[in-house]
Design a protein around this ligand. Structure first.
Ligand SMILES: NC(=O)c1ccc[n+]([C@@H]2O[C@H](COP(=O)([O-])OP(=O)(O)OC[C@H]3O[C@@H](n4cnc5c(N)ncnc54)[C@H](O)[C@@H]3O)[C@@H](O)[C@H]2O)c1
Length: 254
C-alpha cells in the first residue's frame, strides 16, 4: 500500500520543476493525479510517463489565473477519478518583468497576483466542495521564503506569496471542521529550469549570490521538495494544519 493509495490529487503546474517531481512521487504512492498546466506538451508527457509506469494520471491544459478554465479542469478530474482528496497549488513563479516596485511595470503586479494568489484561491474554492463530499482532504499551497524574510527584486510575486501565507491560515481555520487540512510549503531557491534561466540572465527576480549563500545546505532540487508535499498530502501529517514550512536548506534561519 502506498501512502496515497486510492487518493486523488490535483497538482497545478505539474509539467515542470517541483510540480512534475511531485506528480511522479504522488503517483508512485498510489495516487491518481490530475495535472493542470499551460504547457501542454510537457504536461501530456508527464501524464503519459506515469501511465506507462502503471500509475493513474491525466493532463488538462488550463491557466490557473483563468477561473473558468480552472473550474472546468477540476470538475473534469473529479468526474474522471470519482472525487478529489488533495489539491497541490504549485503553479507559480516570478517572471523576468517582476522587479523592485519602483522599477517594475504596474501591470506585472496583476499578472503576479493572478498566477500566484488568485489561482490558488480559486482552485481551493472549486476543490473544497469535492473534498467535503469525501469527508476530508489536504490542501498544499506554495509560498516562498520571499514571504518569510526581507527581500526585494520580485515585489509583485513577493506580495502574492505573502497572501498565500495568510490565505493558508484563514482556510485552515475555515476548513478544520470539514477535516480538510491546509498547509503551505515555502521553498528556498530550487534549481528548476526556470530559476536557472533567471540566474543565468542575472535577473533580480531570481536568486542572487547573496541569497544563494544563505542556503546552508546549498540550493535545492525539485525532488527535495516533493517529499515534503507528500508529507502534507498523506496521513503522516494528519494532526498538522495552518503551517507554513520553509523547505529551504536553512536559508530562512541564516
Ligand atoms: N524554484 C524556486 O526557486 C522556488 C522558490 C520559491 C517558491 N517557488 C514556488 O514553487 C512553485 C513551483 O516552482 P518551480 O520553480 O518548480 O516552477 P517551474 O517554472 O519549474 O514550473 C512551474 C510550472 O507551472 C506552469 N505554469 C506557469 N504559469 C501557469 C499558469 N498560469 N497556469 C498553469 N500553469 C502554469 C509552468 O508551465 C510550469 O510547468 C511556484 O509556485 C514557485 O513560485 C519556487
Amino acid at each position: 500500500m502506498g501512502k496515497l493509495s486510492n487518493k486523488v490529487a490535483v497538482i497545478t503546474g505539474g509539467s515542470a520543476g517541483i510540480g512534475k517531481a511531485s506528480a511522479f512521487l504522488f503517483a508512485e504512492e498510489g495516487c491518481a493525479v490530475g495535472i493542470i498546466d499551460i504547457n501542454e506538451a510537457d504536461g501530456e508527457q508527464v501524464a503519459q510517463e506515469i501511465r506507462i509506469s502503471g500509475g493513474k494520471a491525466t493532463f488538462i491544459k488550463a491557466d490557473v489565473s483563468n477561473a473558468d478554465q480552472l473550474e472546468a479542469a477540476i470538475e473534469a478530474f473529479a468526474d474522471e477519478f470519482g472525487g478529489i482528496d488533495i489539491l497541490y497549488n504549485n503553479a507559480g513563479g516570478a517572471t523576468p518583468r517582476d522587479d523592485h516596485l519602483l522599477n517594475m511595470p504596474l501591470d506585472e503586479f496583476d499578472h503576479a497576483i493572478g498566477l500566484n494568489l488568485f489561482g490558488p484561491f480559486a482552485a481551493c474554492k472549486f476543490a473544497i466542495p469535492h473534498m467535503d463530499k469525501r469527508g476530508g482532504g489536504s490542501i498544499i499551497n506554495t509560498a516562498s521564503i520571499r514571504a518569510m524574510i526581507g527581500t526585494s527584486g520580485a515585489d509583485g510575486y513577493t506580495s502574492a506569496k505573502g497572501g498565500i501565507v495568510t490565505l493558508t491560515r484563514a482556510l485552515a481555520v475555515q476548513c478544520a471542521a470539514k477535516n480538510i487540512r491546509v498547509n503551505a510549503i515555502a521553498p528556498g531557491a530550487v534549481l528548476t529550469e526556470r530559476v536557472k534561466k533567471l540566474m543565468a540572465a542575472g535577473n533580480d527576480s531570481g536568486p542572487d549570490q547573496k541569497m544563494a549563500e544563505r542556503h546552508l545546505l546549498g540550493m535545492g532540487e525539485p525532488d527535495q521538495v516533493a517529499p515534503v508535499a507528500l508529507f502534507f498530502a498523506c496521513a503522516d501529517s494528519r494532526w498538522v494544519t495552518g503551517q507554513i514550512l520553509p523547505v529551504d536548506g536553512g536559508a530562512c534561519m541564516n
